[in-house]
Design a protein around this ligand. Structure first.
Ligand SMILES: NC(=O)c1ccc[n+]([C@@H]2O[C@H](COP(=O)([O-])OP(=O)(O)OC[C@H]3O[C@@H](n4cnc5c(N)ncnc54)[C@H](OP(=O)(O)O)[C@@H]3O)[C@@H](O)[C@H]2O)c1
Length: 298
């Protein structure tokens, strides 16, 4: 329910206009909560008939200036191109630089830029040390955004989950893999807390509380087996047997393998303690209960 999120947030100034590039899973949720706060929001997708496409934007096409008229806030949720370039900056850097109305520019990045810390905590003061090619590209895009000298805020996210993208999907279609890698944890964030914290940070930014980088993560980095076991318990479904990582890795896609090769815990003290954001779903248990409540099980 948007109202549960909205009641935690202050309204944005009247006439706020937020342009979201990349209305995928997070982008759509942020757009929806933004609209419930009374903000004018326009969201891009690559195909005009995609759900929630207010306008189309693809990194290889031009965009009319009209979209930017009166835009006060811009958020990019689009990953880097394989070339390492940022799709939005590649096409629209001059339009952004020429804007007289922009007060905040957000960039959804990933905590992958911290690299592998062998299970240690990372915070915003930890030097990025990306090891995966996609994380190297990501850090390069962060730099490209910061170099514009626009009022940019980099928001680093761990694994995103929420209704329609959670442990229940694979559990209920029988594709769950119980991979056992002792000591391995993943941080995560519920999509409602991405939406809530983005709109919370936009407000703080205008009050001069404007850190350049903020991690958006929940309180409890956890082993994947615990997450799946909890989901199975509330869905009252059985669990497949566990497979040791050393065996599972032989049939993993390179992408999946790259996630399992990094182990870190993401600290959220800047967001939650210093800046004062109150998580709606502080851990995977509360978040999964919400996902389960949205499942359409007959
Ligand atoms: N998923 C995760 O667990 C995770 C974790 C950390 C960070 N992130 C990053 O956080 C951001 C939001 O994640 P998400 O999972 O909400 O994203 P998502 O659902 O995959 O949505 C990505 C959006 O980017 C658009 N897009 C992709 N390539 C594009 C291009 N070349 N030109 C124009 N638009 C393009 C997509 O367009 P269409 O709508 O047309 O498909 C989509 O709207 C992404 O940058 C993602 O990489 C994700």
């Amino acid at each position: 329910m948007n109202q549960d999120i909205v009641k935690r947030l202050d309204p944005l100034p009247p006439q706020s206009k937020l342009i979201i590039f990349g209305g995928g899973f997070s982008g759509q949720r942020i757009a929806s909560v933004g609209r419930s706060l009374g903000v004018k929001v326009l969201c891009s997708r690559r195909q005009k008939d995609s759900k929630g496409a207010d306008f189309t934007f693809n990194s290889d096409t031009e965009l009319s200036n009209e979209i930017f008229e009166g835009a006060t806030h811009v958020l990019s949720c689009i990953p880097p191109l394989f070339s390492g370039e940022d799709p939005v900056l590649l096409q629209l850097k001059n339009q952004l630089l020429n804007s007289k109305t922009l007060k905040w520019v957000g960039y959804l990045s990933t905590t992958g830029v911290y690299g592998d810390t062998k299970g240690e905590w990372v915070n915003e003061n930890t030097s990025p040390n990306p090891q995966q090619k996609r994380s190297i590209r990501r850090l390069s895009c962060e730099k490209q955004w910061l170099e514009t000298k626009l009022p940019v805020q980099i928001l680093r996210l761990p694994g995103i989950y929420g209704p329609g993208r959670s442990a229940f999907d694979s559990l209920l279609n029988g594709t769950t893999k119980m991979i056992d890698k002792p000591g391995q944890v993943f941080s995560r964030i519920h999509v409602d807390d991405i939406a809530g914290s983005v709109l919370f940070l936009i407000n703080l930014y205008s009050q001069g509380k404007n850190p350049m980088v903020v991690n958006i993560a929940d309180n409890l980095p956890t082993n994947n087996l615990d997450v799946i076991a909890f989901a199975a318990k509330i869905a009252k479904t059985s669990l497949p047997s566990t497979v040791p990582f050393e065996i599972a890795k032989k049939t993993m896609s390179p992408m999946a393998l790259s996630f399992w090769q990094e182990n870190r815990k993401v600290d959220n003290k800047l967001l939650c303690n210093k800046l004062g954001y109150s998580l709606i779903y502080p851990d995977f248990k509360s978040g999964l209960k919400n996902c389960f409540s949205k499942l359409n099980i007959k």
